[in-house]
Every structure is written in C-alpha cells, then in structure tokens.
Ligand binder design. Structure first.
Ligand code: SF4
Length: 318
C-alpha cells in the first residue's frame, strides 16, 4: 500500500487502530507521507485554519513534577511566579486577540487544579469575555471536577484543554504526581459535559516512535476534537534540559502520522514552531489545521497573529 492509497481509504472511512502493523509510518518517503496527510486534512477539515491564543493566568509554584515544565516547584528555573491575573489584564488580552481575528482564547493556569478563589475569579472573567468579545473561549485549569467543568461551560467556555502528554507507557517517566488514568477521566468528563476536548502532548521527551503512535491512537479513542502538538524546548533547570531538539523531518513525520490517526480532529501546532523553518510552514502541508498564535507566548516566539495570517493566506488557506 502507498501513502496516497491509505489517505484515500481514511477519507473513505477507514480508521487506524491499536494493534495494527503501522510500521509504514517510519518506512514511507516523508514527502509522500506528508502529501497523503495534507489530502486527508483538505478532505476532512478544509482550508480554514483554526487560530487560538492563550494567556498564562496563574504562573509558577506548581506542586506537580512534570519533567518538561518550567513552572514546577520541583525544578529550579527562572519562570515567572504570580497569582491569578487581574480581570482587566485578561480582558484586554482577549479583546486584542478577538480584534486581530483569532478564533479562540484560553486562560491557562499552573497547578494540579485551580484553587477555589481563583476559580471564582476565572468564572467572572469568562462571563465578561463571553458577553463582550466575539471569540470562542477555552480553558486549561488542571483536574477540575464535573461541577466546575459545568460552571465553565455555563460561563461561555466551549472547549477544555487537558494534555495527555505522551503514551500511557511513558507517562510515569514524565510525571509521578498524577496519573494517565486521572487525565483520561478528566477528558471523559469534558466530553460528557458536551464541550470540545482539546488534548495532545509533547514530542521529543525521549519517547519512542511507538509511544507517539500509541498517544495518537489513544486520542482517537477518546474522540478529542483538537490535538496540540508541542515539540520540547528543553528548559534549563528542568530534568529534560539535557535533551537534544528533534529534527524538522521528525516533527513533520509525527504531525503527518497524527493526521492519519485522527482525520477529523484539528492537529494544532503549539510550542516548538521555532524549531522549524519559516514558522512551521511545512507542517501546514503535513496535516496541521490549527495553531496557537499571538504575541503573549513564551515558547512560540517566532510567529504572531499577523505573520501567521500572511503566511497562511499565501498558502491558500483561510
Ligand atoms: S501540572 Fe501543569 S504547571 Fe504543573 S508542573 Fe505539570 S505541566 Fe507544569
């Protein structure tokens, strides 16, 4: 079978499953693989690119020990530390991104779960953004309860972000203070609440190729709607600081594989675009249909809303 033939089968309804021999992902010519992924993207998602922006609503001093993360209190990094941002700061950022034509805006907070006082502040600011800003609202606040997810939904939040990060096998190598099963449970509650589930992870943390395929197929089983793919940017002071960045070809092969495994989900470029040439242009020809953008990110410092819109329009994308 060729990449083109598999792409046609997937467009026709075939879905790849765990347990199948998927070794062809590593064997096929990269350009053929990417062309097939691009054909699936075009048929299943179309030419419109979903743009999202985030604000780090509460930063640092996190009790969890995620090895890649600058915000963990277990690691000695230079990350900023602050409590839940003032409402005005968040509103201003939301309006700026809405006016720039960004599709969705999220408050992201450090910590296993957002504390009760900060959660009430978040609800108040989401209600205001929902009323005043023409933009879809997302949230990423850790392991919320079913009731908290429902309150966010009622406040106008349509999508909840909660990365599974890697495969189930590799997860304990990355984090020991919470489990993969807890993450799956949160995503199940998000789906049951009727919100969009946004979940992906980080590549380049020392995982195997099989871990990446397993992660892609786990996300398909959950039925996630959006899959952010981050490429590790090793941060001094974290346990993964010594890892070498993976190559652009490896990033593109991974993004294409995620598209074959998740034909109906948005494949969203996240941190690590700076590791690719031309702000990750080739990734949009390898199955990606969405990206984090904006001027407020610490790890996606290569692109902004304007440069992304220009690049995508020149590529014939909307
Ligand atoms: S839970 Fe979130 S903020 Fe805390 S260490 Fe893990 S990734 Fe970082």
């Amino acid at each position: 079978m060729t990449a083109k033939e598999l792409a046609e089968e997937i467009i026709g309804g075939r879905r790849l499953k765990k347990g199948e021999d998927l070794s062809f992902f590593l064997e096929w010519d990269l350009e053929d693989l990417c062309q097939g992924a691009d054909a699936i993207r075009k048929a299943m998602i179309g030419d419109r690119v979903d743009l999202c922006s985030i604000i780090n609503g509460k930063s640092g001093k996190c009790p969890e020990d995620c090895k890649y993360c600058a915000q963990s209190a277990h690691h000695a990094t230079n990350c900023e530390v602050y409590d839940f941002l003032p409402k005005e700061t968040i509103l201003e950022a939301c309006k700026m991104h809405a006016n720039a034509g960004v599709d969705r805006f999220a408050i992201v907070t450090a910590g296993k779960v957002l504390d009760a006082e900060s959660f009430e502040k978040a609800i108040a600011v989401y209600e205001e953004m929902h009323r005043d800003c023409h933009i879809d609202l997302c949230a990423s606040m850790g392991f919320l309860s079913r009731e908290q997810l429902h309150r966010l939904h009622e406040a106008g939040v349509s999508s909840y972000h909660h990365n599974i990060e890697t495969s189930e096998r590799n997860f304990p190598n990355i984090c020991t203070t919470h489990t993969y099963a807890q993450k799956l449970e949160t995503l199940r509650m998000v789906k049951e609440e009727g919100m969009w589930a946004c979940s992906g992870g980080i590549i380049g943390m020392g995982e195997t190729w099989e871990d990446r395929v397993d992660m892609a197929l786990s996300l398909q089983e959950i039925g996630v709607d959006s899959i952010p793919i981050n490429v590790l940017m090793p941060i001094p002071g974290t346990p993964l600081a010594h890892l070498e960045a993976i190559t652009e070809d490896e990033i593109l092969r991974t993004i294409a594989m995620f598209r074959y495994c998740n034909p109906q989900a948005h494949i969203r470029l996240a941190a690590g675009r700076a590791l690719m040439q031309q702000d990750g242009k080739k990734a949009f020809q390898a199955g990606a249909s969405a990206t984090i953008t904006g001027n407020m990110l610490t790890t996606v410092n290569c692109a902004n809303v304007e440069s992304d819109k220009n690049m995508l329009e020149k590529m014939g994308r909307r």
